[in-house]
Ligand binder design. Structure first.
Ligand code: FES
Length: 157
């Protein structure tokens, strides 16, 4: 049970877990990855500022959206220390992540459509199958080597 006094103090990892619904092990993992920070009390126990609750909520949403941890890390580090993410912060981040989600959805739709062409084929051909040799940009230039000599790199055509 959370008392009125506890609402105004820093949170222990157990309290943060109870309030956020995130397992203690996951909170330790977030901290090890630099997503959240704690202070140490006189007994060397972790104490989390209350704004960490909103950061954890943001992390959980981002993970649900499939945002990589490194991206979440960068987003959280772009926010000022010592305060909870604001509605404006969330608006900016959610707009960025919406674009990222759209890109991934479009890629998945493309992959699904290509898979439709593969179903019942079975060729697994490097030349013919778009999924077998996915992302072969140089292959679009025809067979053979296409990489520039090191001395030619960086020169404009
Ligand atoms: S398996 Fe034949 S086109 Fe992909």
């Amino acid at each position: 049970m959370i008392t009125k006094e506890m609402l105004h103090k820093e949170l222990s990892v157990g309290q943060l877990s109870a309030r956020s619904g995130v397992a203690v092990t996951a909170l330790h993992f977030y901290e090890a990855k630099g997503l959240i920070k704690s202070n140490r009390n006189q007994g060397n126990q972790r104490r989390y500022p209350r704004e960490v609750l909103r950061r954890v909520a943001l992390i959980k949403i981002a993970q649900r959206l499939g945002i990589p941890l490194a991206t979440i890390h960068d987003a959280l580090h772009a926010l000022p220390d010592g305060r909870a993410p604001t509605a404006a912060d969330w608006k900016n981040l959610s707009a960025q992540w919406r674009n990222d989600l759209d890109e991934r959805i479009n890629k998945l739709v493309w992959l699904r459509d290509q898979l439709n062409g593969c179903m019942g084929c079975g060729c697994l051909s490097m030349e013919a199958c778009p999924l077998r040799n996915f992302g072969d940009v140089l292959g679009e230039q025809g067979p053979g080597a296409h990489l520039l000599e090191p001395s030619e790199r960086g020169k404009s055509r």
